[in-house]
Every structure is written in structure tokens, then in C-alpha cells.
Write a protein that binds this ligand. Structure first.
Ligand code: S0N
Length: 272
């Protein structure tokens, strides 16, 4: 039995920590197959921000409570005119902000999928770095059935993952795919029995936690950069700046400025 301690209390998600350095963000609305409201998404964004800043956390698991659903997308009962409506009466599509955050947070994010990953819930697992599925997992898009679509990562990144023909099939037919079919098309990394899902996901996380965090960070932004244009290059370049700041060469520039002298970069190597 894996031990989790609560990091912060929320209304619609659970946010927990495992002492090895793993955070688990879990949608806690099993009565609607973990459909998300603007509040669910706001809480997930807050938890992700904490994960980014907390140096104890090296890997993040995204999941849903109850064993029957990862997430069934936007809660159709609060879908209004122009978005999903929370207590402030403002229509929002804030899940798009969460998708960007999952992709850009400089730590691996693993989707742990039991049951339904449908609609906007399917897109959430697609944008995670890795997906581990239970044998009961079911995947698909519903947009053209329910009057919505995700033409962002939900279409373009999905096509990068499974190929153009398969991505168009997934969206145009709105069929549902079982875990083995998802594995066969490269949509998930591994399929395990439901009772082994958390154990296996934690095993994968522990393996990543043994690796160099800076190397994983650079690789994640490098994978993104190839796809994300200037925003992707900015992410990768930001990491290059971080590394440069760690060097004596960069520190010489800062120190010279503070000491009101000319910097001496002559001693630093000019690599071939
Ligand atoms: C998942 C499905 C296939 C499961 O079927 P099953 O097993 O027969 O269970 P149900 O009886 O249908 O469900 C159990 C209870 O859960 C409720 N429920 C399920 N899903 C939702 C949901 N998404 N919203 C609200 N309630 C939900 C059921 O109503 C039922 O409740 P009771 O027991 O009270 O009747 C099946 O449930 C299903 O097909 N669900 C709907 C899936 C869906 O269409 N999701 C929305 C898809 N769209 C998005 O997610 C858009 C996301 C988004 O925000 C966005 C992003 C980018 C650009 C645009 C958008 C956009 O919104 O437009």
C-alpha cells in the first residue's frame, strides 16, 4: 500500500505527496466520471504551481478518483454560453491553461488512467509526458457528438502522438478505444491490471527520480521545442539561461557589474 500525505485541501481535487518526491493530483468528482468544472481546473492549476515551486517534488501523477474514470472532460451541466460557468458566473475554457501548464512544467507529468479518459479528459492524458493505463481504461473524443472540439493540443499534438490518419479517425468518428488498442497506437506507454496501476505508476516515477533532474528538464523542453515554435524555443532557451547562470563565466559578468569593473572573460574556454 503506497502512503500519501495531503499537501493542501481542495474542494474538487485531492493533492497528495509521497516522500520519495512524487505529487499526485487527482480529480475527485467520481459521481460524474471526474468531469471538470472551472473550479476543478482552477484547483489543478494551483496544485501544479505548487508542484513547480516545491523542490521536494520531482514527478507529478495526474489521475481521477474512483477507479472508473480518469476524466470525462468538461462538466456538461455547467457548460453555458461561451464556456464552462463557475460560481463567479464567468464562462471559461481554463482547461486550455492547464494543458499548457502540464506541457511546460519542468518536471515529468504521468497520467495514471483507470476507466474513462474521454473528451477534454482524453486531451489531459494526451498532453501528459507519459500515460499508464489500467486494463479497464477507455479512450476517445466526443466533441462532434456534444457540440465542441479541441483544435489545439487536442488535435495537433494528438496527431503527433498517433499520426494524422488515426487522429482524424478519433475525432471524426468519436469511437472509443480500449487499453490494448491505445497501446497499439502509441497513445499510452503501458497497460497493467487495475490493481497494479498505482504500484506500476509509482515504480515508473521512482525510476525517473533516480535520473538527473536537469537532464529530464532539458529533454522535456527539447521535446516541446520541436513542436511549439517560438514558445517552445523560449522554454528551451530559458533552461539554457538557467544552466548558464550556474557557470563561473556568467557569474563573472554579474560580479563585474556589481563591483563596477570591466568583466574579464579571457580565462573562460572557447569550446570548439
Ligand atoms: C464517459 C461516458 C462514455 C461514460 O458512459 P457510462 O459509463 O454509461 O456512464 P454515464 O451514465 O454516462 O455517466 C455517469 C454519470 O456521470 C455523468 N457524466 C459523465 N460525463 C459527464 C460530463 N462530461 N459532464 C457531466 N456529467 C457527466 C453522467 O451524466 C452520469 O450522471 P447521472 O448518473 O446523474 O446520470 C459518458 O458518460 C459520456 O459520454 N460522457 C460525456 C463525455 C463528454 O462529452 N465530455 C465533454 C467533451 N467535451 C469536453 O470535454 C470539452 C473540453 C473543453 O473544455 C474544451 C477544450 C478545448 C476547446 C473546447 C472545449 C469545449 O468545451 O468546447
Amino acid at each position: 500500500m503506497i502512503q500519501w500525505e495531503t499537501i493542501k485541501e481542495y474542494q474538487e481535487i485531492l493533492f497528495q505527496f509521497h516522500e520519495a518526491g512524487i505529487a499526485k493530483i487527482s480529480i475527485n468528482r467520481p459521481h460524474v466520471h471526474n468531469a471538470f468544472t472551472p473550479l476543478t481546473v482552477k484547483e489543478m492549476i494551483d496544485a501544479m504551481n505548487i508542484c513547480r515551486d516545491d523542490e521536494r517534488i520531482g514527478v507529478i501523477i495526474l489521475t481521477g478518483e474512483g477507479g472508473r474514470a480518469f476524466c470525462s472532460g468538461g462538466d456538461q451541466s455547467v457548460r453555458g454560453h461561451g464556456g464552462y460557468i463557475g460560481t463567479d458566473a464567468v464562462p471559461r475554457l481554463n482547461v486550455l491553461d492547464l494543458q499548457k501548464q502540464i506541457r511546460s512544467i519542468p518536471k515529468p507529468v504521468v497520467a495514471m488512467v483507470a476507466g474513462w479518459a474521454i473528451g477534454g479528459g482524453h486531451v489531459l492524458h494526451v498532453v501528459c509526458d507519459l500515460s499508464i493505463a489500467a486494463e479497464n481504461a477507455r479512450f476517445g473524443q466526443t466533441g462532434p457528438n456534444v457540440g465542441s472540439f479541441d483544435g489545439g493540443f487536442g488535435a495537433s499534438y494528438l496527431a503527433r502522438v498517433v499520426g494524422q490518419k488515426k487522429a482524424r479517425e478519433i475525432w471524426f468518428l468519436c469511437d472509443q478505444y480500449n487499453a490494448q488498442e491505445a497501446l497499439d497506437m502509441g497513445l499510452v506507454n503501458k497497460v497493467v491490471p487495475l490493481e497494479k496501476l498505482e504500484e506500476t505508476t509509482v515504480e515508473w516515477c521512482l525510476k525517473m527520480l533516480e535520473k538527473s533532474p536537469l537532464a529530464l528538464r532539458m529533454l522535456k523542453s527539447a521535446f516541446n521545442a520541436e513542436l511549439d515554435g517560438q514558445a517552445g524555443i523560449q522554454e528551451l532557451a530559458g533552461n539554457a539561461t538557467l544552466l548558464y547562470y550556474l557557470s563561473d563565466e556568467a557569474k563573472e559578468g554579474k560580479n563585474a557589474f556589481l563591483e563596477k569593473r570591466k568583466p574579464d572573460f579571457s580565462k573562460f574556454p572557447k569550446f570548439p
